[in-house]
Design a protein around this ligand. Structure first.
Ligand code: GLY
Length: 602
């Protein structure tokens, strides 16, 4: 539901907690007095009645003395920071930010999708030390030959939808590693759905190609009314419009009341099955129970004295990033100076060539070897073995080679359907969380009565052997779908620790395979002593082995030997960085997407 125009961005930051929300919370009951007190403080702080201690950056970056959240939408950063101000930890903040993103970035992530969370708590008052990777990625309801047999689409419509995992994952993480109640962490999201959020430039630029597609296709308009009529306002959506979402408010209230059951055997679950099957998919209510949340050991590697702690398979993000960085280290790359497109052109060219070659090796292995480790053998130790890394580094010889040269053995869509949040709490605990519905507005299939769209994560599988997916990624048979299997992801939520074990940086990005290369470059810049704002803003490059094309953000593609392509944005990254002067945490939400961080100072 879009209301008028002309709301200022500042208004986007204000949560108004109304009678309705209060009555919902009363109705569903709050068991503990402590929860009441926390909720009272939340309501008061959101109303601006008391100083909550939450401060939102007025630009895309700022330094916060105690704790910070960097999401790709200001309202989501605020939601997380409110949890921190209530005494919640980084997990509470990440969960609140994620539910809020479901409302305010409906094309990027949400309750119709899935995601990953890397958690590292240290001296947390409730949980002590924790170091885990939580996998709540969507799962396939279909067999390996589903697309070849049916000829159905893996990008649009019911056949593209994988079983969502976000709600199950968030509630699991909250229960196991958080401290606040369900009602508390859901309150900001319910509020955002009730009062609406203001459309920003990223929203309209992400929507413009889709509007063009919808405009000439009345059948498409009729098939996807939630996306066309509600989210795109029949092609009329403008910066400054306010979008409320009574349907998703009802869904979030049901989740607050019933937990994940609402999404499986409950009313939202029934609506999901109907929406998918009416749009050409074939799922049952039982399928919604597929996809247990997994607690995994993060993939880790020490590079230049810092430990990178990241997401293991079914993400390719952690392995590919660590492989790329280890190749750079073996090559003799100087990590003390930042990598970015603005450096002196001779230096840039030389360092860029090395970086691109390392990317190509790592992405070749991504393509050949990585998939869901619960279904196929993924040789992580072999890929990251010192000798293998040294061999690939030795093949960086100043030349540019055919694709078969790279790895252990051999027109991208615009960013839309993924979102990353970085959090650091007052105890130094950190969460890196990346979530997705894959492409912008996912499968376009709306669960209309509950105001959210379902993912098209099935396209991250190898749906046709040897053929590239929507991101141009060519993947192996290891990544064929199977019932209960998770598609290979590029999401790279990463926590970097100093040699003393303290958090140095929390990072990750959105943008399909560009997630990996954006996260690498942001972290290379941070290691080279750039501040968070510069590290994120600096120009980036991207090479994913196949297609054999080097993407650059600026017209500086004098990198000889590569087929170059100028692109608007290579990923959208959110970074939190320990301030070198011990003044707290530098936090930056990527200016490419328009988020702003928020945090607390005491
Ligand atoms: N759907 C984007 C990813 O998981 O890589």
């Amino acid at each position: 539901m879009i209301q008028g125009s002309g709301w200022s961005d500042a208004e986007n930051s204000i949560f108004l907690v109304g009678e309705h929300q209060r009555s919902v919370l009363y109705t569903h009951g709050m068991k503990q007095i402590a929860q009441w007190m926390l909720l009272g403080a939340l309501i008061a702080s959101m109303c601006g009645c008391t100083g909550s201690g939450v401060r939102r950056a007025t630009t895309d970056s700022d330094t916060f003395r105690v704790a910070a959240v960097a999401a790709d939408h200001p309202v989501a950063s605020d939601a997380g920071a409110h949890m921190l101000a209530l005494g919640g930890n980084a997990v509470d903040a990440a969960v609140a930010a994620s539910f809020t993103l479901s409302v305010v970035r409906p094309y990027s992530c949400g309750i119709g999708g899935g995601g990953f969370m890397v958690i590292r708590l240290d001296d947390d008052p409730a949980h002590g030390s924790v170091r885990v990777a939580i996998n709540y990625r969507e799962v396939s309801p279909y067999a390996p030959d589903y697309y070849e047999r049916t000829g159905l689409s893996s990008t649009t419509g019911g056949s593209a939808v994988a079983i969502p995992g976000t709600v199950r994952g968030l509630l699991f993480a909250l229960d196991r590693f958080g401290t606040l109640g369900r009602e508390t962490v859901l309150a900001p999201a319910i509020e955002a759905a009730e009062n609406g959020f203001v459309v920003d430039k990223h929203y309209t630029s992400t929507s413009s190609a889709l509007i063009e597609q919808f405009a000439g296709d009345t059948l498409m308009q009729q098939r996807h009314p939630l996306v066309w009529e509600h989210f795109l306002d029949r092609g009329e959506v403008r910066v400054g419009d306010r979008i409320t979402n009574p349907g998703q408010r009802r869904a979030l209230q049901l989740i607050a009341k019933m937990g994940d059951e609402a999404m499986t055997t409950g009313p939202i679950g029934r609506a999901i099955v109907d929406a998918v099957n009416n749009a050409g998919g074939q799922i049952t209510q039982d399928d919604l129970g597929l996809g247990e949340v997994q607690v995994l050991e993060p993939v880790a590697g020490v590079i230049a004295g810092k430990e990178f702690v990241s997401m293991p398979p079914p993400s390719s993000g952690g392995v590919t990033m660590i492989e790329c960085l280890k190749i750079l280290e073996a090559y003799g790359y100087n990590f003390d100076i930042p990598w970015h497109l603005e450096t002196n052109s001779g230096v840039r060219q030389q360092r860029a060539l090395v970086l691109v070659e390392a990317m190509k090796h790592a992405f070749a292995d991504r393509s050949r070897y990585l998939a869901d480790a619960a279904f196929v053998d993924v040789p992580i130790d072999e890929l990251l073995h010192e000798e293998n890394i040294a061999r690939m580094a030795s093949r960086i010889d100043g030349g540019v080679h055919e694709p078969s040269y790279y790895g252990t053995s051999g027109v991208l869509p615009t960013d839309g359907g993924t979102s990353h949040v970085s959090v650091v709490d007052q105890w130094g605990g950190a969460v890196a969380m990346t979530e997705t519905i894959n492409l912008g507005f996912g499968s376009l299939v709306g669960v209309d009565e509950y105001g959210f769209v379902l993912n098209n994560e099935m396209d991250d599988f190898t749906t046709a052997r040897g053929k590239p997916n929507a991101f141009g990624l060519v993947q192996s048979d290891r990544n064929l779908p199977a019932v209960g299997k998770r598609p290979l992801s590029s999401m790279s939520p990463t926590i970097v620790l100093d040699s003393d074990g303290q958090v140095f940086a929390v990072a990750g990005a959105s943008g399909g395979p560009r997630i990996i290369t954006a996260t690498i470059q942001v972290l290379l810049n941070a290691m080279g002593s750039m501040n968070a704002e510069d590290a994120v803003s600096a120009g980036r490059i991207h090479h994913q082995w196949l297609p054999d094309t080097l993407r650059v953000e600026q017209s500086s593609a004098e990198m000889t030997g590569h087929r170059g392509e100028l692109v608007d944005a290579i990923g959208n990254a959110q970074l939190i960085l320990r301030d070198p002067d011990a003044a707290g945490w530098q936090a930056c939400s990527d200016p490419r997407k328009g988020g702003r961080p928020a945090g607390i100072d005491k």
